[in-house]
Design a protein around this ligand. Structure first.
Ligand SMILES: NC(=O)c1ccc[n+]([C@@H]2O[C@H](COP(=O)([O-])OP(=O)(O)OC[C@H]3O[C@@H](n4cnc5c(N)ncnc54)[C@H](O)[C@@H]3O)[C@@H](O)[C@H]2O)c1
Length: 378
C-alpha cells in the first residue's frame, strides 16, 4: 500500500508501529513522524483518523480491537483474520466504537472488476450465470515466515490468495453464496501447506463459479493477461523460474524469514518506490470470465471485453494515476462522508467463511453449506 499512500494526496502518514527497529527508523526518516514499538501506543496517538493494519494475519483481530478501542477507523489487510469468531469480534468492536471497518486491499477493489459489476448492474447482459476465475503464480516460492507455510497458522494459498479470488467472484456474482466444494493440492513436502486448489461455488440466484489457483511457480497465467503482472506492470517472460532460483540460496527457515524481512520496509534490500512511476494498467488477479444470460464479460487489466451474440466489444480502462486509489476512495467516503463501505466487516467475514469452507470441504470430501454469507450491499 505504500505506493498508494505516497501518491494519493488524500492520505498523510502520521505515525507508525512495527516491532522491527529497522522499520521504525526508516519510517521516522521517511516521514518525520512518531514511531512506536507497541500497537497500543500507536492506537492512542492523537490526530489520527484511521489505522492501516498490515501485520501478519494472526494479529489482525487484536490490532483491530485496539484501534477501535481508541476510536480509530480501521483498514485491515486481507484475510480479515484466521477464524470466524475473530471476525465477529472485529465487527462487534468497530460497531461498538462507532468506527468503520474496511478490509483490503483485496483485488475486488480493482477497477476492472468494479466496472464489470457496474456493467452487469446496467442490465443489458442479463443475470450472471457462471464465473470462471483462475490464477497461476509463484506465490508458494516467495520468501516466507515459517507460519506462512503452516495452514493452521493461516499459511498457504487459501488464506492469502483465495481471500482475493473468492472476493472477486462474490463481487461479480452479486448474489449470496450458498455452498462450496473444493479439492486442495499440497505437492511439495518442503512447502507443507496448500499450494493449489480447485473449487465450485454455488449462489442463491442459481449462478455458479469455478475457482482455480496454483502457486507452484511454473505456468504463469499473467501470460493470458497480456503479460501484465498482478500490480499492473509489464512482466518479463524471460524471468521464468526466478522465485525458485532465489529460494535455492536459502539454507533454513530462519534464513528464509531473514530474506523476507530484508526485502520488506526498512530492510537492507528494500527501496522506497520511485514517485510518479504509475503502472500502465490496472492491478488484477488472473483471468476471469463472467457468463451472463445474454453475453460473456472478460475483465482485463486494460479493458473489459464484452462478447455478445453477433459482435464483441472492447471497453478501454484508462490506466490509474494512483495504484489502488479505489481503496482510498472507499476509506475517504466512509471516514469523511459516513458512507457504508462495500468491503466492510460482514462482507469480508463472508469471504473468510468461504476460505475456511474450502479447507473443510477438501479435508472431509464433501459439499459445505455456508451460513454467514451476505450479498452485495445487503
Ligand atoms: N493485499 C495484498 O495484496 C497483500 C499483499 C501482501 C500481504 N498482504 C497482507 O499483509 C499482511 C502482512 O503480510 P506481509 O507479507 O507484508 O508480512 P510481513 O512478514 O512482511 O509483516 C508485515 C509487517 O508487520 C510487522 N509485524 C510483525 N508482527 C507485528 C506485530 N505484532 N505488530 C505490528 N507489526 C508487526 C513486520 O515487522 C512487518 O513490517 C498479511 O495479512 C498479508 O496477507 C496483502
Amino acid at each position: 500500500m505504500l505506493p498508494t499512500f505516497l501518491a494519493d494526496t488524500r492520505i498523510e502518514l502520521a505515525a507508525a508501529c512495527d516491532p522491527r527497529e529497522a522499520a521504525r527508523e526508516q519510517f521516522a526518516r521517511d516521514f518525520q513522524a512518531p514511531v512506536f514499538e507497541d500497537i497500543e501506543a500507536l492506537a492512542a496517538q492523537g490526530g489520527v483518523d484511521a489505522i492501516y493494519i498490515a501485520s501478519p494475519h494472526q494479529f489482525h483481530a487484536a490490532h483491530t480491537r485496539m484501534a477501535a478501542a481508541h476510536g480509530k477507523h480501521v483498514l485491515v489487510e486481507k484475510p480479515m483474520a484466521i477464524t470466524l469468531p475473530e471476525c465477529d469480534d472485529m465487527v462487534q468492536a468497530c460497531a461498538a466504537a462507532g468506527v468503520h471497518l474496511i478490509v483490503g486491499h483485496c483485488h475486488s477493489f480493482d477497477t476492472p472488476y468494479l466496472m464489470s459489476r457496474k456493467l452487469i448492474e446496467a442490465g443489458g447482459l442479463g443475470r450472471v450465470r457462471m464465473i470462471q476465475a483462475l490464477n497461476y503464480t509463484d506465490f508458494l516460492y516467495r520468501p516466507r515466515r515459517p507460519e506462512e507455510l503452516q495452514t493452521e497458522a493461516g499459511g498457504g494459498v487459501v488464506f492469502s490468495q483465495a481471500a482475493h479470488q473468492v472476493d472477486v467472484v462474490r463481487l461479480l456474482a452479486g448474489s449470496r453464496a450458498t455452498r462450496v466444494r473444493a479439492v486442495m493440492g499440497q505437492w511439495d513436502p518442503a512447502r507443507p501447506t496448500e499450494g493449489a486448489y480447485s473449487a465450485l461455488l454455488w449462489f442463491e440466484d442459481g449462478a455458479f463459479a469455478s475457482l482455480t489457483y496454483s502457486g507452484y511457480g511454473r505456468f504463469d497465467s499473467d501470460e493470458w493477461c497480456g503479460w501484465t503482472g498482478e500490480m499492473g506492470s509489464p512482466k518479463d517472460a524471460q524471468a521464468y523460474g526466478q522465485a525458485r532460483r532465489r529460494l535455492a540460496s536459502v539454507a533454513s527457515a530462519e534464513d528464509e524469514a531473514r530474506l523476507k524481512a530484508a526485502g520488506t520496509y526498512g530492510g537492507p534490500a528494500w527501496k522506497l518506490p520511485a514517485p510518479g512511476t504509475a503502472a500502465p494498467a490496472h492491478q488484477h488477479f488472473g483471468p476471469v470470465i463472467v457468463s451472463c444470460e445474454h453475453g460473456d464479460l472478460r475483465p482485463m487489466p486494460d479493458a473489459l471485453w464484452v462478447y455478445g451474440d453477433s459482435r464483441r466489444e472492447r471497453i478501454e480502462l484508462p490506466a490509474p494515476a494512483v495504484p489502488r486509489f479505489e481503496v482510498i476512495d472507499e476509506l475517504v467516503d466512509a471516514v469523511l462522508h459516513g458512507a457504508r463501505p462495500l468491503h466492510d466487516g460482514p462482507w469480508a467475514r463472508a469471504t473468510l467463511e468461504i476460505c475456511l469452507a474450502l479447507l473443510t470441504s477438501a479435508r472431509e470430501g464433501r459439499d459445505v453449506e455456508l451460513s454467514r454469507q451476505v450479498a452485495l450491499r445487503e
